[in-house]
Design a protein. Structure first.
Length: 91
């Protein structure tokens, strides 16, 4: 596992250094202001916030359902074991 983490870290460092090297080769000589309307790429925040909250609620609900199912299974197993112990049978 540590070998995988090391290789992933090395890959990330190499990727970041390559990006920094590319930026260093093409320095900008002066400030260039952005003209209004030239680059108007924006995403409205409301749908993204709604999607994030929906994802968190769905994940929380799924987690609770999984815990509930596991707890029910454990309770059934404990009841079965208790019944076996009371009847004198070995598990």
């Amino acid at each position: 596992m540590t070998r995988l983490m090391r290789s992933m870290g090395l890959g990330l460092v190499m990727l970041l250094s390559a990006g920094a090297h590319t930026l260093a080769q093409n320095p900008q000589s002066e400030f260039v202001p952005v003209t209004p309307g030239a680059m108007q790429e924006s995403i409205p925040a409301a749908p993204l916030v709604f999607a994030a909250y929906a994802f968190v609620w769905v994940a929380l609900f799924a987690y609770i359902v999984l815990l509930w199912r596991r707890l029910t299974k454990v309770e059934r197993e404990l009841a079965d074991l208790d019944g076996r112990l009371r009847s004198g049978k070995r598990p």
